[in-house]
Design a protein around this ligand. Structure first.
Ligand code: ACO
Length: 339
């Protein structure tokens, strides 16, 4: 994982919009988030996370067959963020492409990697979740600008024996309710113009209340589906790593699955919602803290713009990494069964 150095607290935001630390903590669980430096692009954050993941996996850029970048905040529309990361990383053999599934992006990325590795198309897939949401938030809209942060996480996925590694992925979408979370302009439907800029249509707009209900239902449902596909129940999960959108959403999903709080990982207080980066960032902290050992079952579950939602269940195969230092700045390697 990599998060920028700049810490922005709720008190900092209360100086620019009409909000308060109490409101943000009570409604979301967020206390602070990280914002990138002006000279950093999403690919720069992704690059650092990727290099750390490669170090941990003990491989070099030339070993990568595919680079999959999940992001809603790419450097630019063309070329893809993944191709920019490929160039910066020097991964000359890799095919590189972006996945555009908002906060569910990392789980969509796992599904792509699982397919590519499981069918023998690829041996080594680098899946990255990266966001610079600070660049696409409206700092005049208190409904959204208190929620999001910047960061990146990366995982190297490689083949393993069936029954281990990524055992199930359950992904879903409902485009009919896509306008619950949107950036209205800047695409082909409404290209950028002076008017769209004046109307602040290049920033995230959100119907938070409606999204909340969809999120809880979708996360609970997809986690159950992934568990059923893996032949497991919630009680079999040592850990669940949920997308960090709102502590109340995480709590509601936890209550529905009946899991005790210590098995459901939360770090939203420190990073806010980093969209597709939140699951790999959290996984990295968990691995770095030595909380996953071989044979443990771990669930990943998310929802986001699209609307998209999904879950994955894995049986962890990797030992606690050498050099685990508890700093929270680490990297992740995972494996995928080949059938
Ligand atoms: N500070 C103070 N007051 C605020 C703020 C703020 N930052 N934001 C909203 N309010 C006010 C509202 O204006 C409203 O005031 P009113 O009653 O006078 O109109 C009041 O607080 C309540 O607002 P609600 O929207 O009802 O608050 P709610 O309890 O639903 O919490 C929240 C809002 C946190 C956004 C919640 O609905 C939520 O988390 N929804 C899910 C959103 C989400 O996770 N989005 C990320 C999607 S992931 C992705 O793909 C990027």
């Amino acid at each position: 994982m990599y998060v920028p150095d700049k810490v922005v607290t709720n008190h900092d935001l209360a100086k620019i919009v009409d909000t308060s630390d109490e409101w943000i903590v009570e409604r979301t669980g967020i206390r602070e988030r990280r914002f990138s430096a002006p000279e950093q692009a999403s690919s720069d954050l992704a690059l650092i996370a990727a290099q750390r993941a490669l170090d941990m996996a003990g491989i070099g850029p030339e070993d990568i067959d595919q680079i999959v970048v999940a992001t809603t905040s790419p450097d630019r529309y063309l070329p893809s963020c993944a191709c920019t990361v490929q160039a910066k990383l020097g991964a000359t053999r890799a095919a590189a492409f972006d996945i555009y599934a908002a906060c569910t992006g990392f789980i969509y990325g796992l599904s792509v990697a699982r397919g590519a590795i499981g069918t023998g198309m690829a041996d080594t897939v680098l899946v990255i979740g990266v966001e610079q949401l600070s660049r696409i938030m409206d700092f005049k809209d208190r409904n959204t600008c208190v929620l999001f942060g910047d960061g990146a996480g990366a995982a190297v996925l490689r083949p393993c024996t069936p029954g281990d590694g990524i055992r199930a992925v359950s992904i879903h979408s409902d485009g009919m309710i896509g306008d619950l979370l949107e950036i209205p302009s800047g695409g082909s439907a409404r290209p950028a113009s002076h008017e769209t800029v004046d109307r602040r249509e290049h920033y995230i707009r959100m119907k938070g209340k409606e999204l909340f209900k969809v999120a809880v239902r979708g996360m609970d449902d997809s986690l159950r589906k992934a568990l059923a596909e893996a032949g497991l129940t919630p009680a079999d999960l040592e850990l669940v790593i949920p997308h960090q959108a709102n502590l109340r959403i995480i709590d509601a999903v936890r209550e529905r699955t009946g899991l005790p709080p210590e098995r459901v990982i939360v770090n939203i207080d420190r990073y806010g919602n980093t969209s597709s980066a939140s699951i790999p960032i959290t996984l990295d902290e968990v691995v770095r803290a030595g909380r996953l050992k071989p044979g443990d079952h771990v669930g990943f579950v998310a929802f986001g713009g699209g609307i998209t939602w999904g879950a994955s269940v894995a049986t962890w195969t990797l030992p606690v990494p050498a050099g685990a230092n508890g700093t929270g700045r680490a990297h992740v390697a995972a494996e995928v069964p080949r059938t």
